[in-house]
Design a protein around this ligand. Sequence first.
Ligand SMILES: O=C(O)c1ccccc1NCC(=O)[C@H](O)[C@H](O)COP(=O)(O)O
Length: 261
Amino acid sequence: MLDKIVVQKKREVQSLPNTFHEKEYKKNSLYDAIAVPVNPLGIIAEVKKASPSKGILVEEFDPLSIAKTYEQLPVEAISVLTDQQFFQGHPDYLTKIKENVNLPILRKDFIIHEKQVKESKEMGADAILLIAAILEGSQLKEYYEMAHSMDLDVLIEVHHEQELEKVLSVVNPRLIGVNNRNLNTFETSLDTTKKLAPYIPKETLFISESGVKTSEDVNFLRHHTHINGLLVGEAFMVESDKRSMLRGWFETGVETSEYST
Ligand SMILES: O=C(O)c1ccccc1NCC(=O)[C@H](O)[C@H](O)COP(=O)(O)O
C-alpha cells in the first residue's frame, strides 16, 4: 500500500508549481503545545474522513466543524489529512481550518519532494510529517532543515529501530512519532511504541501514533513508555461524545510507570 501511495505522490508532485506564495498566518507551535500540554499527555486530534484500512469513517464529514469541536476540547493540536486519493482529504480543508481555528495544525500527508514542504507552508500548516519509511536519510535531512528554515515544526515518523537509526544519523529531531500501524498490513500494535521507547532520545518529544482507542490503551502506553503525546484519528472521528472519551482516558491515571532507561 505504501508503494502505491508513493507512486501516486510522485504523479501529484509533477503537477505542483515551482513557486509558492507564503501567506501570513499566525504560527502555533506544535512543539510548544506538546512540550507543555494541558492534558497529562499532548493530544493531536486528527481530521480524517477515510483511510485505506477502514474505508469511510464518517458519512457526514465537515472538516471545519470537526476542527471547531476539537478546539473546544482540551486538545493540544490538530492533524489534517490532505491526501485526496487514499484518505479523501484535501489541502483546502487544512487552509480553512488554519484560518478559523487557533491550534497548531499538522499536515498529515506523504511528503517525498521539497515542493510539498513549500506547499505545506502555503497551505497554512504549522507542522509537517516526514515518514522515514519513504525517505532516504539525505532527503530526511534536507526536508527537515528546509521545513525549520520556513518555521514549520516537523514530526518524524518511524516504525522500527532501523528507521529510527536512519533518522538519528542525519538529524536531532525535536519531535518523533512512532506509528503503531504497520503500513503494509494495516495492523496496529501498541507494542511498537513500547519496543522503540528505550531508543528515543530523552530530549526528543515522543508521540505514539495510531490505534489508540480506549483508556486501557492510554494507560498501557503511559505505563510502559515515556511518551509525551498521542496522535488519534479514528477513535475521535467515530465518537459522538469526544469530551467524555478524552476525560475517561485520563480519569484513572497511572500509579507507577514501569518505564525506566
Ligand atoms: O489509517 C490508515 O489506514 C493508514 C494506512 C496507510 C498509511 C497511513 C495510514 N494512516 C495515517 C495515520 O498515520 C493515521 O491516520 C493516524 O496515525 C491516526 O491513526 P488512527 O488513530 O488509528 O486513526
